[in-house]
Structure formats: structure tokens, C-alpha cells
Design a protein. Structure first.
Lengths: 276, 438, 290
């Protein structure tokens, strides 16, 4: 009896959850579907969902016009590079803040976060001039530097909160056993923080992949990532929904797939110290 | 398999990148994502085949983004681009600042004298050519012959605004999603303000008087804007305040507009049966007037210019000459048909019987271009050059801000009077700040 | 014994991050500050001259400034409200035993991975467009006139778009917090006769307070500089109806190429951001005390 009620309840909740999930996902689904339509079909009324003539012509057209692989490769290099560099800088800082807190530690952390609130457009011209003088315009190196600095506060904060959860006694015990600082960080601390680091890595790859202000303004052709690729489809002449959908699908698919496959790792560490 | 393939592609790409950077000169070309430019990009293999030492990198962006990118780059001497796609607004200002390379070494078969005088004049400073026109345009009326007939009207070759208003109302059938007239409403100096400034000229209005005093408080502007807002409310499509050229083109191609007053270059798109559902029903007429001696048509040419900072001026000039040459037009004609060649730049094109036969809009386009006079655009005299713009550096900012106000008036969030008042205030403010008036 | 040595080590370890961020902040910011006192139009190079506070005067008296300030607040608060409430409800829903939970979760988090530019383009063209958009089709098929979202309700539309992107983020963090809740405590409360609402407000919500704080903090950081969603959809219009501070600074410096005025706007934006930051830290910093 109780079981039956439970199952009934479960069915109702399942139905609601699926409806909500599909509603939230629908814009993405509709974009992907539209990318396989012809331009005329994409604006047809009533809109068709599955029963139309599936075509790949939009993808062919997009590929003919832009070098997708170059943009894709740039996106990979830039997001991965900036995240790894950010981690290298952030891990020691987080270690220091978590295990040797000073009176000012929290202020420093908050100050770091506040640098992220500054509107990037306010410093575009200075950065553009500096980059021009350093020959960093339209280079992957330049973008890696910018994105590292932009996401560093978030990385520091995330790693800090994971380190914070590790009891200091464990480190002390290791030190008693004669471990030096290096051993302590590499063999004791890092393995314990792996889930947190993995999650930080993933979140920052996502943030860097989707960053659209600096990546568009500091690149031209050679280092332009997928955010610049999509900018050339934003409002062309004539009917463009299908081509726009194809380009959009190509731009978001890699990160969407990465996100789905790694969602367990991503979610496990995505707490920012909110869960004790 | 998928990953392997991807990896292979990535590797070959890297290898390719290294080889090419080692052996050849690479031109970075910034251009707009308009149909004719996309076609140029596709056909550019012809250029690289003729010039084995030169590789091309393309940066294709939406118009506003492109303009912001190239202007930032040329003003700071960033040196990211070797060829820039710019318009008749930028060329005189930039050339005066010495930012553009003079096109002095065009090959002999280029035939500079074949360029349409109005267009060539707009791209020259002191008789020197600073950018080569890729396509030129004026504006004109495009209308649906079938709907006009159904409404029991005949479009004259040179209509008045009164006739346009009457026809628009008669053609509108909102239940069937037919809107009598589609006009630009999206804010931007190159969007709604291009149309509205040109229209205002025909109503006797102007941007500034001879002392650079803003003129939005004059009755002529009020008449212009009231006419526009009323017409669009009665006979325009929903959402008009966010429609620019591209949005209107899509509307017209899908058969939702009775008339559309916009760039002449659209003629080949709306008559192309591949993209347009109404291709065989389109007629053309000159931009309307109000009996004051000026028509509401503008003049614009998307052109290729070379920034003064580039190290590759010679190669860049070769490319510019290729893309704007007679033989480029012939190549497009051969591959895509005469109707699809970039219009509005060369006399020889309009004298070509094959073009006249393939492009029913040819004569109207030429007449519209010839009818526009950037040096004498308004009924009353003005201190500036430009039909649908004012060729001063501050205009982009002011034009877009005014465009925002007019777009809001169209959306109905402010009244016509409020919009004009804000426009007047902000224009006065900016002109004071820039030092034109005290 | 180790403290002196470790303290030195601790300082050394933290300094790269601090110094780099300091440089990243101070160098461009001091240039911006300097530019903000110049008459500096990008299109008239070589004509820069010192004009004192004139740029600030113009920026602060700009008719767009006040609407930009309000719009910034509306956007931040609007998205925060939608995502925290919606996120809490979604987290409660996903915490229930359901069939196919993994797949539903995948569906729900997907918007977070979408580029803001792509999201704005898709919403604007394929959904909100009053002629060809899906919403217009739905409206027409039930006999209503199509609603022109971006012209008639620009802030509401943009808020909705941005909230769609951030809802998954809030949901994920809140769900993780919810799952760490002690089940026995809930069951005990149920035994004592506490109804679902009482359980929610007395046990669940206090437990999630920290997570909600985190969501608010992080989202505020990102939302203050919302830009792509506005640039792509409305360009700040109609009028100034959807111009926020970031967009206003953008239009000053990159549409009008008035670097001086834009820099003054940038400095003002920095000050506003700092006020918000201090406010936020005060309000919720305590909650983050480890």
C-alpha cells in the first residue's frame, strides 16, 4: 500500500521534473533541430519539429566560409592554457591562505573577487595599447594571459575552500613524519583536493570558452576562438536562422559534451565552501 | 575514429600554418558579413592562384562589430589588418588624418575613370583615391507588383511620400501578415538614421545649420518623424523598432512587405528566386520626394582601403585591385550570373547589355546613385558633406544616440516630441563638448 | 618551530597571485584614470589635452546615466531573484526520487554551457522575434497579437534570457547543499508533526543559507558586467530602456570613440562596483566565515 502511494507520487514528480527539464533544454534542442532545416523551412509557419527534410547544407556552408577547426583549436588552447596557468598560480596562494591564515587573509580574498566586478570595457583601450606595444594582439599567448587574470580570483577562491576542508592535523602528521613542504603539497594535499581541483578546472574551462568580450576585441584572424566565429553569423543578409543555428551548434557542442560527460566531477566540487 | 580524424585535422592544420607563415605573405582582410563580401571570400581562390606568394586570412564580422574593430585598430595603429572594408563615411575622415594608403599604383587595366563619378568622388580627397569601391548603393523603393495591383494602384516611377503612405495603407492586410511598408527602425547611425536622415532631406530638414547648431527643434524634423511613426504604426510590421536592413530583407523575401525603401543593393537579393519567394513580383521606383526638390535617397559605397601602418601595402593593393576590377565582375557573372555582380561601381557595367538584360533594377539603381549629391544634400545649405550622415568624427556617436531616441519613438515608449527634444539636447551637448559650438 | 619558516613560505606562495592581480588591476586602471581627465577622442589622435573633471561632469549628467544605473540594478536583482527562487524549487524537485534523474539533470544544467552570445542570438531571433519567432507563432495560434518582446519589454526579456543561463548554476550549488542535509533531522521533524512548509522554512532553508549566499555573491560578480546579452539583442534600446552601466561605457568609448568620456564612465563604474562589493561583503561576508 505505502509502496503504491510512493510509486504514484514518484511518477507524478518524475513527470513534473521531466517537463521542467525539457522546457529548460528546449531552446538548445530547437537550435540543433533548426540547424538541419533549410532556410525557408526554418521560418516556416507552423514550425516543424522532426518531420522536415533533414539537410546538412548549413554545416557545409558554414565550413566553407570559416575555418572551424582553427577557431576550435584556438578555443581549446586558450581555455585550457588559461585554466592550467591559473591553477599553477592559484594553488600555492590558496594553500597559503588556507593553512596560514592571517588577519588580512579574508580581505585579500574579497579584494581578489572584487577585481572581477570591474567592467572590462572600462580598461579596453589601455589594454589594447599595452598589447599592441607588447605585440600580443591576435596571439593565443595574449588571450591566455588575459583570461588567466580574469578567472584567477574564482580559481583561488574555489581551491581555497577545498583546502579549507582538509583538516590541518593531517598535514601536521605528515610533517612529523619528515615530509618537507614539497612532499606535503604534492603527496598529501593535492590527492585530497583532486575532486575540488577537477571541478575548478572544468568550471574555468567553461568560463574561458564562453568569454566573449576580450576574445573578440583582442583578436583578428589567427588567434580568434569560437566566440569570434559566431560573431560573423550574427546578422547577415537575408534568411539566416538555419545557418546561425548550425554555427551556434558547432560553437557550443564541444563544451556542452564536455560538460555533460564530466558533470559528476563538476558538480561534486561546485560548492564554493557552501557545504560543510 | 572521430577523435583520430579530428586530431589528424588539427595536426595538418598546425603544419599548414607553419609552412605558410614561413614561405608566404599573409594578408589579413577585415570585411562585413554581407552577401557580396561572402561571395568575394569564396571566389578568392582565384586571387591566390594568380598570386602564389600571398595568403589570405579573413575576418568576417557583423557591420557594427566590424566598424568598431577596424576603427579601434587603425586609430591606435594596432596593425592587425592589411585590408579594411570601410564606407564613404570613413574614407574622407581617415584619409585626411593620413591613415589610409593612397591607391596610386593600380594596374593599368584597372581603369579608374570607369568608376561612377559620384562614388569615386566620395572616396577621394583632393582628387586622390583612398579606397576602391567594392559595391555602391543608393536607396530606392522596392514594391510588390501583385499587391499593388490588388490594391488598385499604380506605382509611378518617381513617387511622392503621400502616394507611398496611401499605397502602404491600401496594401496592408495584417490578418494575412502582409504589411504595407517595411522601413528601418533599429537604432544606429548606419541603420535607422541612414533612412531617416535621407528622408528628412526630402522633407526640407537638416542636421545642422551653417553654425553647427542642431536642428531637431525645427518643424521639418517634426513633420518627418511624425510621418514616419504614423506610417509605421498603421502599415508597418510588428517589432519594426528592431528591424535593420537584414531583418527587413528577410521580411520582404518571405513576402511580408508590400513596399520596402532601402539600399539598391537589395534588388538582386529580392529578385533572386533561390532566396526570395516573391522574386518575380518585385518592381522598383525612385525614392520618394515631397515636392521640395530633394529625394530621400542616400549614397554609400562599401570600399576596400589599406591602413597606412601595414608592411604589406604592395600585396594589399594587388588584392584591392583584384576585388574591385572589371574582371572580378566578369568572374562573378560567369559563376553566379550577371544579376549577382556587385553593383554600383562601374560605368561599363551599366553600359553592358547583358547586365541590363539580367538585372531589371539596373537602370533604377544607376539613376538613384546619380541623383544623390553628398556635397549638396539638403534643401537649405549645410556646413557638412554626406547625404545620410555628417562626415565628422563625432557623428557615429551622435547619430547612434539620436537613432536610439527615434527607435524609442517608433516603439512607442516615448512620444515624437520627447524624442526630438532628447535628440536636440544630446546633439547640442556633444557638439558643445567637441568644440563646434560654445 | 616551523612557524617562522612556514610563514615566509606562505608569503612567498601567495605573492605571485597577489602581485599579478595587483598589476592587472593597477596598470590599466591608472591609465584609465589618466585618460579620464583628457579630452581624448580615438579618432583625433594627437589632440589630447587636459580638461580636468569635464568628462565626469558630462558622464554624470548624461540623461542615459540614471537609466543605466537603474537598469543595472534591475538586471542584477531580477536575475538573482529568479535564479535563487527558481534554483531552490528546482533543487527540491531534483532531490526527489525520480526516474531518469541523471538525464533530467543533464537537461537542466545545459544552458550554463551555452555562450552568452549564442544564447542571446537564439532567444532574440528564434523565439522573441515578433514575426518569425516561436513565441509569436504560439501567440498567433491562440489568437493573440504577437508581442514584441525586445521593444515593449526589453529589460524583462533580457533578464529572462540571462536568468535562463544562470538558473542551472544556482540549481547545482543549491542541490549539492540540499543533498548534504541530514535526513534523520528531517524525518524527526516529520514525526513531530511538522508540515512540509514548516520543515522547509525551519530546517531546509537555514541549512541552505550559506549556499544561497554563495550563489548571490558569484552571480553578482558576473551580472554587474552583463554585456553580450544587451549588445546582441537591443543595443541598449529602445531609447535607453536597456542600457546598463557597462553598455553605456561601451557606447561612450567604442561607439563614439570618446576614450576620455568612456574612461570617466569606467572609473564611475569601478566606484559603483566597489560600493556593491563592500555592501555585499558586509552583508554576506559573515555568512562565509569559515
Amino acid at each position: 500500500m505505502a509502496r503504491a502511494v510512493n510509486n504514484k507520487r514518484r511518477a507524478v514528480v518524475t513527470l513534473i521534473a521531466w517537463a521542467v527539464g525539457i522546457a529548460i533544454f528546449f531552446p538548445i534542442l530547437y537550435t540543433v533541430l533548426t540547424s538541419f532545416k533549410t532556410e525557408a523551412e526554418a521560418v516556416a509557419s507552423p514550425p516543424s519539429f522532426l518531420f522536415f527534410d533533414w539537410t546538412l547544407e548549413n554545416y557545409a556552408e558554414v565550413q566553407e566560409r570559416s575555418n572551424y577547426f582553427l577557431h576550435f583549436l584556438n578555443s581549446v588552447v586558450i581555455s585550457l592554457g588559461s585554466t592550467v596557468l591559473g591553477l599553477i598560480i592559484a594553488v600555492p596562494a590558496a594553500w597559503s591562505m588556507a593553512f596560514f591564515p592571517k588577519k588580512r587573509t579574508k580581505d585579500i580574498l574579497m579584494w581578489m573577487l572584487s577585481t572581477k566586478m570591474l567592467p572590462p570595457v572600462g580598461v579596453l583601450v589601455p589594454i589594447y595599447l599595452l598589447f599592441r606595444d607588447a605585440s600580443l594582439l591576435d596571439t593565443r599567448t595574449g588571450l591566455v594571459i588575459v583570461l588567466t587574470m580574469i578567472n584567477l580570483p574564482i580559481i583561488v577562491w574555489m581551491i581555497f575552500t577545498y583546502f579549507k576542508e582538509i583538516p590541518g592535523e593531517i598535514l601536521e602528521a605528515a610533517r612529523m613524519d619528515g615530509a618537507n613542504l614539497w612532499d606535503e603539497v604534492v603527496y598529501v594535499l593535492t590527492p585530497m583536493a583532486i575532486p575540488g581541483i577537477a571541478s575548478t578546472l572544468l568550471l574555468n574551462i567553461i568560463l574561458a570558452w564562453n568569454e566573449a568580450f576580450w576574445t573578440l576585441n583582442l583578436t583578428a584572424a589567427k588567434a580568434a576562438p569560437l566566440t569570434a566565429f559566431i560573431a560573423s553569423y550574427s546578422s547577415p543578409e537575408g534568411l539566416f536562422y538555419a545557418k546561425l543555428s548550425a554555427a551556434s551548434t558547432m560553437a557550443i557542442a564541444p563544451i556542452l559534451i564536455l560538460g555533460w560527460f564530466s558533470q559528476k566531477q563538476l558538480v561534486r566540487g561546485l560548492t564554493f565552501g557552501a557545504v560543510k | 575514429m572521430g577523435i583520430k580524424k579530428l586530431f589528424g585535422a588539427a595536426c595538418s592544420l598546425l603544419a599548414f600554418g607553419m609552412v605558410s607563415s614561413a614561405s608566404a605573405e599573409t594578408l589579413t582582410i577585415a570585411t562585413v558579413n554581407n552577401g557580396d563580401m561572402i561571395r568575394m571570400q569564396k571566389l578568392s581562390e582565384d586571387f591566390t592562384a594568380q598570386n602564389p606568394g600571398i595568403d589570405l586570412d579573413w575576418v568576417t564580422l557583423e557591420e557594427n562589430v566590424l566598424r568598431q574593430r577596424v576603427t579601434t585598430d587603425i586609430a591606435t595603429k594596432g596593425g592587425q589588418y592589411d585590408v579594411m572594408t570601410i564606407g564613404t563615411y570613413e574614407v574622407p575622415i581617415w584619409a585626411n588624418k593620413g591613415w589610409l594608403v593612397e591607391l596610386a599604383d593600380l594596374p593599368s587595366d584597372y581603369d579608374v575613370d570607369d568608376l561612377l563619378p559620384a562614388i569615386r568622388g566620395g572616396l577621394s580627397v583632393d582628387g586622390k583615391l583612398y579606397a576602391a569601391p567594392f559595391y555602391g548603393e543608393s536607396s530606392m523603393v522596392m514594391y510588390r507588383k501583385d499587391l499593388m495591383e490588388k490594391a488598385g494602384l499604380t506605382m509611378p516611377e518617381a513617387p511622392t511620400w503621400d502616394f507611398i503612405a496611401k499605397a502602404a495603407k491600401a496594401m496592408t492586410d495584417k490578418d494575412n501578415e502582409i504589411y504595407g511598408i517595411c522601413l528601418r527602425g533599429k537604432a544606429g547611425w548606419g541603420e535607422n538614421m541612414a533612412f531617416l536622415s535621407a528622408t528628412a532631406n526630402s522633407f526640407g530638414a537638416r542636421w545642422f545649420d551653417m553654425d553647427w547648431k542642431a536642428q531637431f527643434d525645427t518643424p521639418q524634423w517634426k513633420e518627418t518623424l511624425t510621418f514616419y511613426v504614423n506610417l509605421m504604426n498603421e502599415a508597418g510590421p510588428p517589432g519594426a523598432s528592431s528591424n535593420g536592413f537584414n531583418e527587413n530583407l528577410a521580411l520582404f523575401q518571405t513576402g511580408k512587405c508590400g513596399m520596402w525603401i532601402d539600399a539598391t543593393v537589395a534588388a538582386s537579393f529580392v529578385t533572386n528566386p533561390k532566396d526570395s519567394t516573391v522574386a518575380d513580383q518585385v518592381g522598383f521606383a525612385l525614392a520618394p520626394d515631397n515636392g521640395l526638390g530633394k529625394r530621400g535617397n542616400w549614397l554609400w559605397a562599401w570600399s576596400l582601403g589599406i591602413p597606412a601602418g601595414t608592411q604589406k601595402a604592395e600585396a594589399a593593393q594587388k588584392f584591392v585591385a583584384w576585388a574591385t576590377s572589371k574582371s572580378y565582375l566578369e568572374m562573378v557573372a560567369e559563376k553566379e550570373g550577371w544579376a549577382n555582380v556587385p553593383p554600383g561601381t562601374r560605368k561599363s557595367l551599366y553600359a553592358n547589355p547583358k547586365y541590363q538584360a539580367a538585372a531589371p533594377f539596373a537602370q533604377m539603381t544607376l539613376e538613384s546613385i546619380n541623383a544623390a549629391d553628398p556635397n549638396n544634400p539638403t534643401v537649405d545649405p549645410v556646413p557638412y558633406v554626406g547625404v545620410q550622415f555628417v562626415a565628422i568624427p563625432e557623428f557615429q556617436g551622435i547619430g547612434t544616440a539620436v537613432g536610439q531616441q527615434f527607435s524609442a519613438a517608433l516603439a512607442g515608449t516615448v512620444t515624437v516630441d520627447q524624442a526630438l527634444q532628447s535628440a536636440q539636447q544630446l546633439t547640442e551637448r556633444e557638439m558643445r563638448k567637441a568644440g563646434y559650438v560654445d | 618551530m616551523a612557524t617562522a619558516k612556514s610563514n615566509v613560505a606562505a608569503r612567498i606562495m601567495i605573492s605571485p597571485a597577489v602581485l599579478l592581480l595587483l598589476a592587472w588591476m593597477l596598470i590599466p586602471l591608472s591609465m584609465t584614470l589618466y585618460f579620464s581627465f583628457l579630452s581624448y577622442n580615438l579618432l583625433s589622435p594627437g589632440m589630447e589635452r587636459w580638461i580636468g573633471f569635464l568628462n565626469y561632469e558630462y558622464f554624470l549628467t548624461d540623461p542615459a546615466f540614471f537609466s543605466a544605473l537603474t537598469n543595472t540594478l534591475i538586471l542584477v536583482l531580477g536575475v538573482l531573484i529568479v535564479t535563487t527562487i527558481g534554483g531552490t524549487l528546482l533543487a527540491l524537485l531534483l532531490d526527489q526520487p525520480i526516474w531518469g534523474q541523471g538525464i533530467v539533470r543533464i537537461l537542466v544544467i545545459a544552458p550554463f554551457f551555452v555562450m552568452p552570445t549564442v544564447s542571446a542570438l537564439v532567444w532574440k531571433n528564434m523565439f522573441m522575434n515578433p514575426v518569425n519567432g516561436l513565441f509569436a507563432y504560439v501567440a498567433k495560434s491562440v489568437g493573440l497579437p504577437p508581442f514584441d518582446f525586445l521593444a515593449q519589454a526589453p529589460m524583462l526579456s533580457i533578464t529572462g534570457m540571462v536568468a535562463w543561463q544562470w538558473l542551472p548554476f544556482a540549481t547545482l550549488i543549491l542541490l549539492t547543499a540540499l543533498q548534504s542535509l541530514d535526513r534523520e533531522q528531517l524525518e524527526a521533524a516529520e514525526m513531530d508533526g511538522a508540515g512540509p512548509f514548516s520543515r522547509f522554512f525551519h530546517i531546509i532553508l537555514p541549512h541552505m543559507a550559506r549556499a544561497i549566499t554563495v550563489v548571490i555573491l558569484i552571480q553578482t560578480i558576473f551580472l554587474l558586467s552583463t554585456f553580450a546579452a544587451i549588445l546582441v539583442t537591443t543595443n541598449g534600446g529602445p531609447g535607453y530602456a536597456s542600457t546598463n552601466i557597462t553598455y553605456l561605457v561601451y557606447s561612450q568609448s567604442l561607439l563614439q570613440f570618446d576614450v576620455g568620456g568612456g574612461s570617466a564612465g569606467g572609473v564611475v563604474a569601478v566606484i559603483i562596483a566597489n560600493i556593491v562589493a563592500i555592501f555585499l561583503m558586509r552583508m554576506i561576508g559573515k555568512n562565509l566565515e569559515a
